[in-house]
Design a protein around this ligand. Sequence first.
Ligand code: NAP
Ligand code: 8YV
Length: 323
Amino acid sequence: MQGRPTIVVPGRMSEFVRERLPDHFQPVFLDAADPALVTADLAASVSGIAIQGKLPSGFVDAFPNLEIIASFGVGYDGVDAAHAAGRGIVVTNTSDVLSEEVADTTIGLLINTLRRLPAAEQWLRQGRWAKEGPFALSPLTLRGRTVGLYGLGRIGRAIARRLESFGVSIAYHTRQPRDDLAYAYYPTLVEMAGAVDTLIVIVPGTEETRRTVNAEVLAALGDEGVLISVGRGTTVDEAALADALQRGVIAAAGLDVFENEPYVPDALLALPNVSLLPHVGSASRATRKAMGDLVVDNLVSWFKTGAALTPVAETPFRRRKPV
Ligand code: NAP
Ligand code: 8YV
């Protein structure tokens, strides 16, 4: 790597990336991914972008010499990878290093939702145990449940492995069945929802998955049904979900992700049968550091060796000219 490539970092970015970038690169931190903030000199000098969250293609196109977009997170729905591919720009994500952490969080959210543990803790903290007696028995339990995983990729499989030890039945829906796993496969989401009582959503947020967890799927899940959503908020029709929870079409939901983060619909906040988390699936310092390191390591590898470590499927590129 001759000289230090200039990497632009627009908007919020993990401290772990901010701290390490100067060891290898000339980082330029901008307030936002706004093309109006890009001077002609900066436009010409930038060869990489590090991004957390949404990256408008108008901003990407402000840089004629851009080679790589390193995205913080395994889900890269904030980056138009097809657009980047069309310009020959490689996009990387932070796959694998967070799978076990997100699977742990999913199991925690599932049990919180079924057994109402956050409400039970509030009962104790508010002095109600001493004044009013034991917390109410939870109407729901994990015992005897059949869990359907919508998505059985890296994180889905890590969730399934944990669920095996809980003694529940496991099914899944993806576009392609997996011949290496013995779980029951359903070719459609609504068929699987009709066959299980617990639906865990861990697919990427794409146009294809958008609002696919809709009123029909929730009705199929049934009145003992529990929805756990940890993929992307866009996959769930939140208005249909609030309605289903209000009317008892399903029993409860646990949500870590929302369509319009950080805003959570009032209709969901008002419901007692919902457990809500502020998108903390991967949010331990150790895992966020591993993710941050992978963002930087992808950039280093690209400029040093000509290959990224974890390119996304749309951009399996190699770099032609060494710097
Ligand atoms: P992955 O390994 O790429 O797995 C994605 C899974 O979704 C695959 O099983 C895939 O199977 C399935 N899938 C994709 N499109 C589908 C469709 N249209 N219909 C049915 N199934 C579909 O991804 P991962 O590493 O497990 O991560 C999954 C997602 O979790 C990320 O994209 C991200 O949005 C989310 N996430 C959330 C958090 C959090 O903090 N809550 C943290 C990390 C990740 P087929 O290709 O066979 O369909
Ligand atoms: C991160 C995530 O919180 O990896 C993902 O796809 O959703 C989370 O691990 C998020 O990407 C940080 O912005």
